[in-house]
Write a protein of this length. Sequence first.
Length: 106
Amino acid sequence: MSTPILLVAMSALSAGTYAFRSSGPALRNRIRFPERATKLLEIGAVVLLAAMVAVTTVPTGSGHLGFALPAGVLVGGLLAWRNQPMLVVILAAAGTTALLRLVGLT
C-alpha cells in the first residue's frame, strides 16, 4: 500500500472511531433501554469475560500445560473479583505467570 492511501485509511478509521466513541456520552440521556435489556447486557458481559478466562486458562495445541498459566489467570481473577484496577490485574497476572515460569514451574 502506498503512503497516501495508508494515511487516508488511518484518518478515516480514526475519525470513525472518534465519532463512534463520542456518540455514547452524547446519546446517554436520549436513548432509554428497557430494564430487561440492561440486565441481559450486564449478564452478557460477565459471560463473555468468563468465557475469555476459560479459553485463556486452557490453551489449545501441542504445548505442555503447566502450572504457571492457570496460576496467573487465578491471580488475575481474584484481583478482578476484589475490584482492583485493570492495570493492577493485568500486571499481577502476567507477573505471576512470568515469575513461575522463571522459577521453572512451566
